[in-house]
Write a protein that binds this ligand. Structure first.
Ligand code: HEC
Length: 207
């Protein structure tokens, strides 16, 4: 038992350093290889990829930079009033009258829009009601409720007044037909209504 134990002990002592040394070497080699492999490949790839990735969007980013540089240029100049040649006859009237006319015009535009929407939906009678109340001859003289200086009609030449009255009449004629529910005839009369708007706008301005 004793010699065998000694032999085993010696064997362990002799073998152990070699075995330990080998394992340490292997571990070191593996560790070094792994760390080198891990450190080299991802770092290099990452830096290269990052460097390559940045030039890729760079052509678009200078464009954006250029666009940003170009955009403020026209804005930096103050907005100047339009002085382009305008062949429409200028009708002079004080500011309150101009504002009143334009306010009425905007309501007429909205009313016309409402009329067209009802016609599209087949609500012909409703379209007629809107035209009667907001576009027709019932509006004639409505401005007399305004202060004297804000009444546009007094500044309008006779031809313009005729066009104004024609516009109200066209709306009332459309309304009369639409109120009967005759969609076909009412639709056929719409261009007469919109044509009155266009005719006056082509001829006159107030500013
Ligand atoms: C009798 C002439 C006349 C008729 C008819 C007429 N307009 Fe006008 N409208 C004018 C004038 C004048 C201006 C102001 C133009 C200017 O700015 O110099 C104007 C301006 C407008 C404006 C711009 C308002 C604003 O805020 O500047 C609208 C919208 C408009 N009209 C809609 C209509 C519609 C819709 C009709 C028909 C249903 C119509 N107009 C019929 C003379 C007319």
């Amino acid at each position: 038992m004793k010699p065998a134990a000694v032999f085993l002990g010696l064997a362990c002592v002799v073998l152990a350093p070699g075995a330990l040394g080998k394992t340490v070497e292997i571990r070191k080699a593996v560790v070094v290889k792994k760390t080198v492999a891990v450190k080299k490949t991802p770092v290099v790839k990452k830096t290269v990829a990052a460097k390559k990735a940045t030039p890729a969007p760079s052509p678009s980013s200078p464009k954006l930079a250029q666009a940003k540089k170009v955009q403020p240029a026209p804005v930096s100049a103050p907005a100047a009033p339009d002085k382009a040649y305008d062949e429409r006859e200028l009708i002079r009237m004080p500011s309150p009258a101009r504002l009143a006319l334009r306010a009425e015009m905007r309501d007429r535009m909205a009313a016309l829009d409402a009329v067209l929407q009802r016609m599209r939906d087949g609500q012909v009678v409703e379209a007629g009601q809107i035209a009667q109340i907001r576009l027709g001859v019932a509006l004639w003289g409505n401005h007399s409720r305004l202060p004297q200086a804000a009444q546009p009609e007094q500044y309008m030449p006779p031809k313009m007044l005729t066009l104004a009255l024609d516009g109200y009449k066209a709306a009332s004629e459309f309304a009369t037909v639409a109120l009967t529910g005759d969609q076909h005839t009412a639709t056929a009369m719409l261009p007469q209504l919109t044509g009155s708007c266009a005719q006056c706008h082509e001829a006159y301005r107030i500013r």
